[in-house]
Write a protein of this length. Structure first.
Length: 212
């Protein structure tokens, strides 16, 4: 079958995202991507150049809109709070909800995207450091500033360790949400974003203040 350029690009992105989410960067080959997308290698090279460029492009397409939503919601929350700090539970909900909302999408693409974002940070590859510094750190710095107002007595070192623990827990949850049933011997359900989000917010808010 002959696909248009847009159809070819969409097929590559969908196939690559699902494979990267399932197997990670090192565990995925361009051959697997082309086979799943039903396109030839030349099409991947034409649209993305190589596997590394394709991987970063997929992550950028996910992370940039997520961060835009996060920052817009944070701006609104700060406007409503006025001179007071934004409540901890609100901050953590804003930080996490856009990622968990991917799991609520009607098809599997959102789940693959959320899982890939989590996995990419849990299992970073060497070329990711500049990408994360550009695409993720500015957004996290904004949340760090808002959270710092709740923990002025902490030393900078203690504060940053706690913030790192929260971000790590969020990424680990995204990377493993698809197999929680097996990990918990049936106690939790797979892909249960509706149960995971409020529990994460409760946990994360407790790191910087009294549990809600």
């Amino acid at each position: 079958m002959i696909y248009s350029d847009k159809q070819t690009l969409d097929r590559i992105l969908i196939a690559a995202e699902s494979l990267f989410a399932e197997h990670g960067y090192d565990g995925t080959t361009l051959r697997q991507i082309t086979q799943r997308a039903e396109v030839n290698l030349a099409a991947v090279n034409y649209h993305h150049g190589d596997k590394q460029s394709l991987y970063l492009d997929i992550l950028r397409r996910r992370i940039q809109p997520l961060n835009q939503v996060r920052l817009a919601r944070l701006d609104e929350a700060e406007h409503q709070a006025g001179v007071e700090p934004v409540p901890l539970v609100v901050l953590m909900d804003i930080l996490a909800r856009p990622l968990f909302e991917l799991y609520a999408e009607s098809d599997e693409n959102g789940r693959h995207g959320a899982r890939l974002v989590g996995r990419a940070l849990v299992e970073p590859v060497p070329f990711m450091e500049p990408f994360l510094a550009e695409e993720l750190q500015p957004c996290l710095a904004r949340f760090g500033q808002a959270l710092r107002r709740h923990a002025p007595a902490l030393t900078p070192e203690d504060f940053l360790w706690r913030f790192s623990f929260v971000i790590g827990a969020l990424q680990h949850t995204l990377a493993t949400l698809h197999r929680m049933k097996g990990l918990t011997r049936g106690i939790c359900r797979d892909n249960d974003h509706a149960a995971a989000l409020p529990r994460f917010v409760h946990f994360a808010a407790g790191v910087f203040g009294p549990s809600p």
